[in-house]
Each structure stands twice: as C-alpha cells, then as structure tokens.
Design a protein around this ligand. Sequence first.
Ligand SMILES: Cc1ncc(COP(=O)(O)O)c(C=O)c1O
Length: 362
Amino acid sequence: MKRAYNFNPGPAALPLEVLEQAKEELVEYGGKGMSLMEMSHRSKPVERMMEETRQLLAELLGLPQGYQALFMGGGASTQFALIPMNFLAADRVGHYVLSGSFSDKAYQEAVTVGEANVIASGKADKWRKLPDVGELQVDATAAYVHLTTNNTIEGTQFRELPDVGDAPLFGDMTSDMLSRKQDWTKFGFMYAGAQKNLGPAGVTVAIVREDMLHVSSERAIPTILKYATFASNESLYNTPPVHSIYMMKLVLEWTKRQGGVAEMERRAALRTGMLYETIDASGGFYNGFADKEARSRMNVTWRMQDEAIEKRFVQEALQNGFEGLAGHRSVGGLRASAYNAVPVEACEALVQFMRDYQRRNG
Ligand SMILES: Cc1ncc(COP(=O)(O)O)c(C=O)c1O
C-alpha cells in the first residue's frame, strides 16, 4: 500500500506505526482470548488501559497537579452545550471570544442555556484576523471566558493567551491540543475532540481544574451530563468509547517515542513554515487566507485566483496522492491540515506540487 499524503482536517492522519500496532492487537488483546472491544469496561485490562492513557496524557501535556482529564463522548460540539449547563449559573454571564465558526457555534449553544455575551469578535473581518484580546472587558459576574485556541476552518491560532483577570479561561483546543506547550495554569477548563492530534473520533478529552468541579450552575441537569459524574467515576460511570481511548493511548505512546510535545511543536513549525513560505513566494498565485500574524501551525488556508483554478488544483492534487486539500465550504479555497501525524515529507511533497502547479498554470 502506498500511504496517501493525508491533509484531512479531522478525522485526520494517524501514525502508520499506531495503525500497525492496532492491527496486531485487534483480534486478541493482552492474551485474553478476545479483543479489547469485546471486554467489559469494568474489567481489569480496560481499567488499566484507561488509567495508563490518563497518566500518559497528563505527562505529555505537562498538566500541573489539580487538573483531571475526563474521557467523554459526543464530540467537541457536545462540550459547547455542557459547559453552560454545568458552569453558567442564572446570575452569571458566559463570555465568548469569537475567532471562527466553531467559537460562534459554542456561543450560539450557550445562549440556549443562559446568559452569554461576546467580548471580542473577528466576524466582521470574516475570521481572517484574530479579534483584539489585548484589553478584554471581563465582567465581575463572568462564569468563564471561552476561547478557541486554534480555528480549524479559517487557519488562525492564538499564540498568546489573553489576560482574563480572575475569571476562569476555558479553551476549545480541539485542533491544537498536544501540538505545543501551553500554560495550563491559565485555564479552568479545556477540551478537545480527539480526531486531530490525539487519535480517532469517538472520544473527547475534557480537562477540568478540580476547583471547577465544585462550581455549580444550580441548574437541574441530568447526572450523565455533569462533569462531576465523570470525574468521580474515573470516566467509567457508563460505558466509555473504549476502542477510541485505546487508539488514543497508542497515539500518545507514539508521541512520547517521537520526543513529546516539544518535538511536535518543532515539526509543526517546520511543516507549516514551508507551506507559508511557498504561498508567500508565489507572487500572488497563492494567497494566504489568514492574516500573517494570526497564522495557524495546524491548518494552512489559502485562496487562488478563482474557484475554477482552485477546483482544478484539488483535482490534480488528488490524482497525485494529496487528500483533503479542499477548503471548508464556508471559506472556500484550499486548506492543508498538518497535524502531528502528518510526516514532514508530506509537506515537502506538497510544496513541490504547489511550485510545479504554479509553473504549469501561473
Ligand atoms: C476547534 C473545533 N471545535 C469544535 C469542533 C467540533 O468537533 P466535533 O465534530 O467533535 O463535535 C471542531 C471540529 O473540527 C473543531 O475543529
């Protein structure tokens, strides 16, 4: 099999080594005469696997004491709703920084639950720029400030975190968790759907600072939708997405073998650096979508002269083994999502293809 150059935005590339290992262990796990998927989630092998995954995640991220990682279902979108349900009391307000369509969705979900407002927005700039978060007006009654650290669709990323005073900062890190060092102490809560850097779809990691578990929205919410339920039951209150968690464990082990988050950060700069250089050196044949200062190290977005040439680019790229390069329908153009498992060589090959395409069509 020739592996595709996989630039899918999520679900996204997984390391080949991880897939091979999963294949090896698919039919029988730990000499038990059955696969992991056939075991009770209350069995020792599953409990151990979950505990090891939790520890490895904390170790790789460098989580300080007092933070707990929960494994949940429902994708990051479910977190948009669970956050206000759990943390937004009737006499408080949830502040939202809008930097892309996913942050807008998070906000739209919050207003169905309680009072939420927008304290900074890049919508007027069509999300090309990050909103100015230099002097945020954070209310004394703020339950939290919600921020999307990397905007997957638009290809922008916050490199610096805003000062939110005493309010807890909440981060949607779906598309950049595990790709760079982060000052976790600034966050009261952060979450990521696994399907970018962490593993396959099906599990969502929610990391909660333990004091936040005592914050109550005083809303009558079902037990299964409470973070405290997951925290006090080690994410085993009900049947967790065992196979997805197991795959995440393999991805985390691979990440550690590669050199951890520092190495992931170095590779991300290298991968996206060469793509941005190619765009900038093209004399306007390729036009970066995101403002230069806001550029993401995960998702590189660009436009071309017209839609017809963009379509042809995607088609020809596909014929040459490059998958997933069409931009999101809301932005158009092209997008190369280069998450942790995308080899640097895939970006080198894409650079060659882009230069060659320009030579033939420029
Ligand atoms: C930043 C961000 N937030 C939220 C989501 C939604 O995730 P899910 O599809 O897991 O609900 C995505 C999906 O790509 C995302 O990139």
